[in-house]
Design a protein around this ligand. Structure first.
Ligand code: ATP
Ligand SMILES: Nc1ccn([C@@H]2O[C@H](COP(=O)(O)O)[C@@H](O)[C@H]2O)c(=O)n1
Length: 228
């Protein structure tokens, strides 16, 4: 079977990585969570004083972007890749509400996007990759053989994230999560560089009323059609 490139884009917390990870594991492809890379740059900026409240010192970040090294290593316990920032496992830290509230402004910066896209394209140069994000089908892999664009109502997305955090025993406010989801969607859709949008040749999946199993089955069907 020939190896292909799979791009899964869509709105915040709509299930992109759940679908992408499952498919990658089943078909033996590499899985890359591109959002984790923008989150790692954001964490670096928070930890290194590049933020003054919500203001970003863009000149400093521009100088230091070359010193920000992001990689993924398989976590044997979860069977999933963890994100490393300059050699340190930051998988939990990058999922905090503080990072979530600052990541979209960081992702509007052209030099940040340039650096991330270059690394993502290198990761995918041998195909056999499933990458999820916001601009994978439009900018990172415009020639991907399979492109999916996922959406669901903001309320259901916030509810799923809320349930996830509660199940992990973490403090969570539904209203705060919903506000964050809506705010990130707005910034991601309205930024100048590579705004979030469906690629013309992407298949649209609204999973508001689909279970994880149902969306998984749908994705496998699409994969089987294209990869033959
Ligand atoms: N169809 C579904 N029905 C119910 N829950 C789902 C469904 N798809 C995903 N989920 C759950 O919703 C939550 C968010 O999913 P996931 O992390 O895959 O979204 P994402 O689009 O990758 O998010 P992000 O934009 O933050 O990277 C997870 O808890 C996941 O288990
Ligand atoms: N290709 C991408 C991926 C992500 N972003 C930005 O990062 C934020 C966090 O992403 P998650 O997938 O973890 O939710 C997201 O809201 C975007 O601002 C991006 O710009 N491009």
């Amino acid at each position: 079977m020939k190896k292909i490139t799979i791009a899964i884009d869509g709105f915040s917390s709509c299930g992109k990585s759940t679908m992408a990870k499952d498919l990658a594991r089943e078909v033996g492809y590499i899985y890359i969570d591109s959002g984790a890379m923008y989150r790692a740059v954001t964490l670096y900026s928070i930890e290194n004083g590049i933020f003054d409240r919500d203001v970003i010192d863009t000149e400093r970040l521009k100088k230091e972007i070359k010193d920000i090294h992001i990689s993924f290593r398989l976590n044997k316990e979860t069977g999933r890749p963890d994100t490393y920032l300059n050699g340190v496992n930051v998988e939990n830290k990058i999922r905090s509400m503080e990072v979530s509230s600052k990541v979209s402004p960081i992702s509007t910066l052209d030099f940040v996007r340039e650096a991330m896209v270059a690394q993502q394209q290198t990761m995918g140069n041998e195909k056999g990759i499933v990458m999820d994000g916001r601009d994978i089908g439009t900018t990172v892999f415009p020639d991907a053989e399979l492109k999916i664009f996922v959406t669901a109502t903001p309320e259901i997305r916030a509810q799923r994230r809320y349930d996830e955090l509660k199940a992990k025993g973490q403090e969570a406010s539904f209203d705060e999560i919903l506000e964050n989801v809506k705010q990130r969607d707005y910034i991601d859709q309205n930024r100048e560089v590579s705004p979030l949008r469906k690629a013309e040749d992407a298949l649209l999946l609204d999973n508001t009323d689909l279970s994880i199993e149902e969306q998984k089955k749908w994705l496998f069907e699409q994969f089987n059609k294209v990869s033959k």
